[in-house]
Write a protein that binds this ligand. Structure first.
Ligand SMILES: N[C@H](CCC[C@H](N)C(=O)O)C(=O)O
Length: 266
């Protein structure tokens, strides 16, 4: 039997498995089965916390579709709560420093990347204003914050067909690793609204890396000045970034319940 915690960041929910005392073999199929909201435990992402030679813990991230990915902002804020102290976390995207704050955590998410082949895109392109468009959407920006994001700034979020445009863009061949699709509206000089269609998970109530990527793109386009409040359907995050620096994300983290499961049954 293995211990897990059900946790979430603004309603973006996770099954966090403790693999520090014994390895848990995670496959795409097993991650999908655990994440299944009818036949499994149910989550947007499955998080495996293990040991690391160069950090307090390691973190592996699996989307609900089973795909293993490099970064998850909302889950990163849950790790100090899960471990019980401030932690340095080894991830596929690098070392992340996560510190508990009242009701959540503040995380240094590292430096954003903008080169077309770092997003990645299938061919060279300006990533501040991409020479690509989808139906009525304006030309987007693209940012990698450990994982790939494309960001559309629209005048009004109401009326955007997320369920149709999200998967269409997620799977566009311009994005060889697929992409997280961010739909943003500027509501103040330090305030954004954001809805995210997540790669491998679909519409979620919040996306931490999406908030980071969108705030960075908005600062680059001079649409806002930092620190930026990003209002997602599940609540607000504060993102602080200036050109040349790393991204500081601050926001809630919630522990719901603990459980035990026999992972060989999934
Ligand atoms: N769907 C993302 C991973 C989870 C990101 C999100 N839940 C967050 O809080 O950053 C991807 O495939 O890159």
């Amino acid at each position: 039997m293995g211990r897990f915690s059900k946790m979430h960041g603004l309603g973006n929910d996770f099954v966090v498995i403790d693999a520090r005392d014994g390895a848990v073999e995670m496959t795409e199929a097993r991650a999908r089965a655990v994440a299944d909201r009818h036949a499994g435990i149910g989550c947007d992402q499955l998080i495996l916390i293990g040991n690391a030679p160069d950090a307090d813990v390691s973190m592996q991230i699996f989307n609900a579709d089973g795909s293993e990915v490099e970064a998850c902002g909302n889950a990163t804020r849950c790790v100090p709560l899960f471990v019980g102290r401030d932690v340095l976390i080894r991830t596929k995207a690098g070392l992340l420093d996560a510190k508990s704050v009242d009701g959540g955590a503040s995380v240094d998410m590292g430096a954003p990347r903008f080169d077309w082949d770092a997003i990645p895109l299938a061919y060279p392109m300006d990533t501040l204003t991409m020479s690509a468009s989808w139906e009525e959407l304006p030309a987007p920006a693209a940012v990698n914050v450990g994982n790939p994001h494309v960001i559309f700034f629209v005048d009004h979020l109401d009326g955007v067909n997320f369920d149709r445009l999200g998967p269409l863009i997620e799977h566009d061949p311009l994005f060889p690793a697929r992409v997280n699709v961010n739909f943003a509206q500027v509501v103040g000089d330090d305030h954004l609204r954001l809805v995210v269609w997540e790669r491998g998970a679909g519409l979620t109530r919040a996306c931490g890396t999406g908030a980071c990527a969108t705030a960075v793109a908005a600062v680059r386009r001079k649409l806002v000045t930092g620190p930026v409040t990003v209002s997602l359907p599940g609540g607000d995050l504060v993102i602080d970034w200036a050109p040349g620096g790393t991204i500081r994300m601050t926001g809630p983290a919630t522990h719901v319940f603990d459980g035990e499961a026999d992972w060989d049954r999934f």
